[in-house]
Write a protein that binds this ligand. Structure first.
Ligand code: FES
Ligand code: FES
Length: 156
C-alpha cells in the first residue's frame, strides 16, 4: 500500500513494487494527460512536477513519489478554466500533435515560477529535455514568453 498526493488529492493505492509512476498515474488514476512515449528518460513526454520540480515519471517507481506533491496537467487548469500557460500554448500555436505538450507545459510552470523573466535561450535550455517531433520549437518558446507576460500581469 502506498499513499500518493496527486493534484491535491490523496490516494491510497495497492501497487506492485516495480510499478513506475507513469503507469500508476495513467492506469490506476486515469490521468492520461501524463504521456508515455520513449519510456527511457529521453523524450520528456512523461514529465510531471514533483514538489514543483520537473521529474520523468517513466524513470521512477511510484513508491519513490510517496510523501511528495505530484502535479500533472490535469491539476493545472480545467477544460473551462485553463491555466494561463495552457492559454498561451493555444494562442501561440505551441504544439501540433500535442503529444509532448503536457510535459512541456509542466516544465514551463516550474521554470516561470523559479525564473519568471527567462530569456529565449534560457527557455530553450530549460526545455532541452523535451523532444517535439513536429518541430514546433520556435512556437513553443513564443508560447512560454506569452505565458510569462500573462503570469506577470496576473501577479500585478
Ligand atoms: S516517456 Fe519518459 S522520458 Fe520519454
Ligand atoms: S507537438 Fe510536440 S511532438 Fe508534436
Amino acid at each position: 500500500m502506498i499513499t500518493l498526493m496527486v493534484n491535491n488529492k490523496e490516494y491510497q493505492l495497492e501497487i506492485e513494487p516495480h510499478e513506475t509512476l507513469v503507469d500508476v498515474l495513467q492506469k490506476r488514476l486515469g490521468l492520461m494527460g501524463v504521456r508515455m512515449s520513449c519510456g527511457q528518460g529521453e523524450c520528456g513526454a512523461c514529465t510531471i512536477l514533483l514538489d514543483n520540480k520537473p521529474a520523468l515519471s517513466c524513470m521512477m517507481l511510484a513508491c519513490q513519489a510517496e510523501g511528495k506533491e505530484i502535479l500533472t496537467i490535469e491539476g493545472l487548469g480545467t477544460y473551462d478554466d485553463l491555466h494561463p500557460i495552457q492559454e498561451s500554448f493555444i494562442e501561440e500555436h505551441g504544439f501540433q500533435c500535442g503529444f509532448c505538450t503536457p510535459g512541456v507545459i509542466m516544465t514551463t510552470k516550474s521554470l516561470l515560477e523559479t525564473k519568471p523573466k527567462s530569456n529565449a535561450s534560457e527557455i530553450a535550455m530549460s526545455l532541452s529535455g523535451h523532444i517535439c517531433r513536429c518541430g514546433a520549437y520556435p512556437k513553443i518558446i513564443k508560447s512560454v514568453q506569452n505565458a510569462a507576460k500573462k503570469l506577470e500581469k496576473n501577479h500585478g
